[in-house]
Write a protein of this length. Structure first.
Length: 180
């Protein structure tokens, strides 16, 4: 076989393979190149997807941490107030409260001045105040509907209620508002 070369060859390689073998080898080489490119593209896409998934997981973790912190703070407030409510109820049940001071503070808060008013008390609290002088125009009355340590004062302006449960609930609402 004769080969015509238009210019002088710089390097000549002698092959012992046939045209079919050459084409088969070249097809394998091209397939390997395509596979390598495909792997590289797949890895690039996988890394891109992984980065996106990692970013989304980080955002989810941050949201969960924020919600957990809010929940812990709210739960701590609720727990603290419930502990205070339990201790307060225990002290009231044991009679460890100054009903005279509570009545005098409630009368002062009522702004009744020297005007006539009626103080409604739990019968047990009324018994504890027997013999304690109050200003003229102040009448103390037993009311079984009033809980121990609570005071209801009726004046010409209206009714002032000092209720332990309402006070604790107001504290809880205010603290929960501060937490959120």
């Amino acid at each position: 076989m004769r080969v015509l070369v238009p210019c002088r060859p710089v390097q000549v390689r002698v092959c012992d393979e046939t045209r079919e073998q050459f084409l088969a080898r070249r097809a394998r080489e091209l397939q390997e190149i395509y596979l390598a490119r495909g792997r590289a593209e797949g890895e690039r896409q996988a890394l891109s997807n992984a980065a996106g998934a990692l970013r989304r997981a980080g955002e989810a973790l941050e949201n969960a941490a924020r919600l957990t912190a809010e929940n812990v703070a709210r739960d701590a407030v609720q727990l603290g107030v419930e502990i205070a409510r339990t201790l307060l109820r225990h002290e009231i049940d044991a009679g460890h409260y100054d009903i005279e001071r509570i009545v005098r503070e409630t009368l002062q808060a009522s702004n009744a001045g020297r005007g006539a008013c009626v103080v409604h008390l739990n019968p047990a609290d009324l018994a504890r105040l027997e013999g304690v002088p109050f200003r003229a125009g102040t009448t103390l009355e037993a009311d079984p509907e009033v809980a121990p340590a609570d005071v209801h004062v009726t004046t010409q302006r209206g009714l002032l209620v000092r209720d332990v449960e309402q006070a604790v609930n107001a504290i809880l609402e205010r603290l929960e508002g501060d937490v959120t």
